[in-house]
Design a protein around this ligand. Structure first.
Ligand code: PHE
Length: 507
């Protein structure tokens, strides 16, 4: 059976799905750390029933939410707090001297007109249909769970990825067929939202960039013209420059179980050609990014190794075959992006039944963090001139930390309610407990004053079978020194809220 990317072994330490356990035969010379510093966001939960949780009701919920001048009715699905909504509309990616905008432009410069239109999507409110259904997410996909996703209400969410706009952009290509026939692809930049852990490389609001490139095929019986389609794609591949960077790509393009052909729709030759075009395009993009990063690093005196990249088999509900691209950077393999051959059913449902092609999506922050040597993801949201004044449009420079303020650690230990189970599923009638609910409470109270939250101890009482958890919260401002009283006060509020919202018993 083919396992979805999310059906990976549960990592005991953090409750997240481990990429190390993906069902492939690729040997990993370097073990993936339990929390990769820069990883493509993964869904944190176990598969779950699509039911509104009663575990963490919003006690003071408003009847409507106003987001980007639109009013949305709330319901029992709503779990989007004002602290998250306060990030909507910052549009950091348009602020041309901001590192995220500089990174966006660097990537867009690899995907230019007339082939590609470069777009941004402002309003983060999308339907569950566009975020999940049209992309083929199964009903029990963990991404649909309230522990992972910010619901505005039953039918709408804050988009969890830019792929939520794929269908609309394919439809646009179809609409513009006569007026802009050369525009066969697009890039989109947007802010995306996920309930997640708290640490220096995870923030509930981050940015993704997504792109797709399509080729036309005959309206009827396209498989009969497979040779011509293949030749057309190969001709476009020839137009891309070649490169001499070492690329590990040990797996076949197609594998019956792990990375299957959409055999109803595509021929092997066509897919080989699309995959070759996709891989070359993305390798060139990564080479451009890391050449810039190396230049900045060597200017700053850091030692720079030659670039190494590798392709890993992957799974996404809306591409097949699928891959992830990893780059060896400063001693670690970093997951940079996900991509694949677009599911033909999605193209059929998006008014472009007579085209095939590739798509990819990447997280902007992790690339910007290594380009500019930015050590903490919270900095992107900083309004402090000591941060903002360091960057200028079109320039990749190393960030100079302006100061490191002391950390203030506070532990919170508690017993879960007797019937609680960990793993995030409310199925089976037990009261669910999900780590993301703890994170959300800490985030709601501490906001950007919290650097990270880690589970440091967990055990089950041998007699009562009750489970105890202990989290360590690191309060540290990026901008000033926090007093012990301030952190104590925040921590006291966290403790009260944990009892109130999750029904835990403090120890
Ligand atoms: N949307 C995917 C994610 O957020 C990335 C992706 C985009 C994968 C497009 C394939 C194609 O993880």
């Amino acid at each position: 059976m083919r396992l979805p990317a999310t059906s990976r072994a549960l990592r005991a330490s953090s409750g997240r799905w481990s990429i190390a356990a993906r069902p492939t035969i690729i040997p990993r010379s370097i073990p993936i750390p339990s929390r990769p510093a820069f990883s493509l966001r993964e869904w944190s939960s176990t598969p779950t029933c699509r039911i509104p949780s009663t575990a963490s009701p919003q006690k003071t919920q408003k009847s409507t939410l106003k987001i980007e001048d639109e009013t949305h009715k709330t319901d029992e699905w709503t779990n989007t707090p004002d602290t998250i909504l306060s990030h909507v509309g910052r549009r950091l990616y348009l602020d041309e001297n901001h590192p995220l905008a500089i990174t966006r432009q660097l990537i867009e410069s690899q995907f230019t007109g007339p082939d590609f239109g470069n777009y941004s999507e402002k309003n983060p409110v999308v339907s569950t249909k566009n975020n999940f259904d049209v992309l083929g997410f199964p009903e029990d996909h963990p991404g649909r769970s309230r522990t992972d996703t910010y619901y505005v209400n039953d039918k709408t969410v804050l988009r969890t990825h830019t792929s939520a706009h794929q269908r609309a952009y394919f439809q646009q290509i179809s609409r513009n067929e006569k007026t802009r026939p050369d525009e066969v692809g697009y890039t989109i930049i947007a802010d995306v939202y996920r309930r997640d852990a708290i640490d220096r490389s995870h923030y509930p609001v981050f940015h993704q960039m997504e792109a797709a490139r399509l080729w036309k095929r005959p309206d009827t019986n396209p498989l009969a013209a497979s040779k011509e389609t293949t030749a057309m794609i190969m001709a476009d591949l020839e137009k891309l420059p070649s490169h001499d960077v070492v690329v590990e790509d040990p797996n076949p393009t197609l594998h019956d179980q792990r990375n299957p052909l959409q055999d109803k729709h595509h021929s092997v030759e066509e897919v080989e050609a699309v995959a070759a075009h996709l891989k070359r395009s993305l390798e060139l993009m990564v080479i451009k990014i890391f050449t810039e990063a190396s230049k900045a690093a060597s200017k700053g005196g850091a030692e720079v190794e030659p670039l190494k990249v590798r392709w890993i088999e992957a799974y996404f509900p809306f591409t097949s075959p699928s891959w992830e691209l990893e780059v060896f950077w400063q001693g670690d393999w970093l997951e940079i992006l996900g991509c694949g051959v677009i599911k033909q059913d999605l193209l059929i449902n998006s008014d472009v039944p007579n085209r095939m092609g590739w798509a990819f999506g990447l997280g902007l922050e992790r690339i910007a963090m290594l380009l500019f040597n930015i050590p903490d993801i919270r900095l992107f949201w900083s309004k402090d001139a000591r941060f903002l004044s360091q960057f200028r449009a079109g320039e990749i420079t190393r960030f100079e930390p302006f100061s490191k303020h002391p950390a203030c650690y506070k532990d919170v230990a508690f017993w879960l309610p007797p019937a609680a189970v960990t793993g995030g599923s409310a199925a089976g009638g037990a009261v669910p407990f999900h780590e993301n609910d703890v994170m959300e409470i800490v985030r709601g109270i501490g906001g950007d004053l919290v650097e990270d939250v880690t589970l440091i101890d967990e055990f089950t009482h041998p007699k009562t079978a009750r489970k105890s958890m202990c989290y360590r919260i690191n309060y540290r401002s990026l901008e000033r020194t926090l007093t012990n009283e301030e952190s104590n006060e925040l921590n006291l509020k966290v403790r009260e809220k944990l009892v109130e919202e999750l029904g835990v018993e403090l120890r």
